[in-house]
Design a protein around this ligand. Structure first.
Ligand SMILES: [Zn+2]
Length: 187
């Protein structure tokens, strides 16, 4: 806490404080969505449960030591009931931790399945390659020309549609001009 008081004194201005606060909130959010929050739940659960059990044992030991009912009540409440509460809270945190792990695993699996389906879909629709997330990678563009032509086209241009004698054109090396109907070099 001393650090935040010192920083507050240094910065002073409300704007500085606000930006610092939002930085911290962002940090909390990032941790919550990452692995840190899971770990926190696991550790808290692992600490709360034994502490609760120790409290119950202490309460029992305390209550057993005194013959007075009113004193036993104190031990029962602070040792027994509080201990029981902590055991439950710890167990719930532990349970939540495993649930989070399970959910994360199933999300990863779903992502992998979707990516695989994307690859299958891309292959079925004409062999475009895809990256790991299933997004299509732009295929190298192909241009064609007729054997005697002086212009080159997109393969689907109306001027070459249905022709089987077209040859591939390397745009970087060709002296042919781009077609004005299909504008092969646009987009
Ligand atoms: Zn054309």
């Amino acid at each position: 806490m001393t650090t935040s008081v010192e920083t507050l004194g240094e910065r002073g201005s409300a704007a500085g404080l606000m930006s610092r606060l939002s930085d911290q909130v962002r940090g909390v959010r990032t941790r919550a969505s990452g692995f840190g929050y899971d770990r926190l739940m696991m550790v808290a659960g692992g600490v709360l449960m034994p502490v609760g059990i120790i409290l119950i044992l202490l309460g029992w030991a305390g209550a057993a030591r005194t013959p007075f009912a009113w004193e036993q009540n104190d031990y029962l409440i602070s040792g027994g009931i509080l201990g029981l509460g902590l055991v439950f809270a710890g167990g719930f945190l532990y349970f939540s931790y495993w649930n989070t792990v399970r959910i994360n695993e199933s999300r990863t699996q779903t992502r992998q399945v979707i990516a695989a389906l994307g690859r299958v879909e891309a292959l079925l629709s004409g062999g475009a390659s895809v990256d790991d997330t299933g997004r299509a990678i732009a295929a190298p563009r192909r241009f064609v020309a007729t054997p005697s032509g002086s212009i080159f086209h997109r393969p689907d241009c109306a001027a070459v549609a249905g022709r089987t004698d077209v040859k591939d054109v390397n745009v970087a090396r060709t002296s042919l001009k781009p077609c004005r109907i299909c504008n092969p070099l646009d987009g």
